[in-house]
Design a binder for this molecule. Sequence first.
Ligand code: NAG
Ligand code: NAG
Ligand code: NAG
Ligand code: NAG
Length: 372
Amino acid sequence: MDSTFFILQILIYLLPKVNSLNFSYPSVFIFGDSNSDTGGLAAGIAFPVGPPNGQTFFQEPAGRFCDGRLIADFLMDAMDLPFINPYLDSVAAPDFQNGCNFATGGSTVLPAKANAISPFSFGIQVAQFIRFKARVLELLANDKKLQEYLPSQDSFGQGLYMIDIGQNDIDGAYYSKSDSQVLALIPTILSELQNGIKKLYEEGARNFWIHNMGPLGCLPRIIAIFGKNTSKLDELQCVGSHNQAAKLFNLQLHALSADFQAEFPEAKVIYVDIYSIKSDLIANYSQYGFKQALAACCGYGGLPLNFDTRIACGETKVLNGTMVTAGACSNTIEYVNWDGNHYTEAANQHVSSQILSGKYLDPPPNVDLHFS
Ligand SMILES: *[C@@H]1O[C@H](CO)[C@@H](O)[C@H](O)[C@H]1NC(C)=O
Ligand SMILES: *[C@@H]1O[C@H](CO)[C@@H](O)[C@H](O)[C@H]1NC(C)=O
Ligand SMILES: *[C@@H]1O[C@H](CO)[C@@H](O)[C@H](O)[C@H]1NC(C)=O
Ligand SMILES: *[C@@H]1O[C@H](CO)[C@@H](O)[C@H](O)[C@H]1NC(C)=O
């Protein structure tokens, strides 16, 4: 090999990655819903997450409501950490050395109602974390060899606590409540969220990474159900009421983050503006290499939404006398939306790279993101 070329390669390797956030934590603890679920609901209630979920990256279903990796998975990659195992998965490789994932699909901030998909609301997830930590410390005290599988005592204080939840509270409320009733519920949801975050702090958590809510009104399911009358659609062609609720939720979540930071100066609270990243992606999809912003890749019914409430991604059933399948599109990377409710791996990768650019974080990453 030409030696000049070789030296150039080394220099490039040594250069800091442009526009890339340099952050690292020894462990990550994740709380949330299906946006961050790496197999918790599948393990916890045997929820069927069948094919074609997982097909793009894992080549098989991997407990994720996605064709591949989630935002949380890409962020783990950026920290050179393995994907985080679900707390509830009793038959996976028992490795929690770099953290534990408590997020489950369908979870709400408010306590789960009897008919909820997931019983693991935020309060339960926090309680599970507290038990997890107590068990880890107890086991480590008795058997040092378990260090190989469990987070160290220090990594609870040094780790990152990633929280992304609340979308199902708002989403679910719209099925039975008026717009103003939904908006009035937001402070109650956030007060419950704050209680949980405070409990984590009392347990020694210091680094918080709080994702805000994406544009809920842009999910194909929401448009199919609530956007039939075009007067309900906003400038993104999404359901305006749901997007307004997400924005109001985010405004109050942002205030909560700032208040928490002010009350607990020892904490480092970072608010991540997922809404702006996702709405930019939906408005400007072609600029980012996508061809479909609002149609589900995996669904039934064809464009514009390719979504039918009667049949979920991966299902085959008789509709109106004909056997039909809600299968995946052949060109997944051209779609922003995967199954009507969740984003594709390609979209998640875009969102993660935008997060890592640092532009959507508050405070911005010129403050020290490293634990020292
Ligand atoms: C990233 O952070 C680590 C730990 O603080 C530091 O050693 C490394 O030099 C940083 N890298 C860049 C490219 O800034
Ligand atoms: C759509 O909504 C507008 C404004 O609320 C209303 O006047 C109109 O009748 C609705 N159209 C249909 C087809 O329901
Ligand atoms: C779409 O891109 C334009 C130009 O970059 C930008 O001004 C606009 O804010 C973007 N739309 C959204 C919804 O972010
Ligand atoms: C069922 O099929 C008939 C005949 O093709 C069609 O007119 C009707 O709209 C269909 N109904 C539904 C709910 O798809």
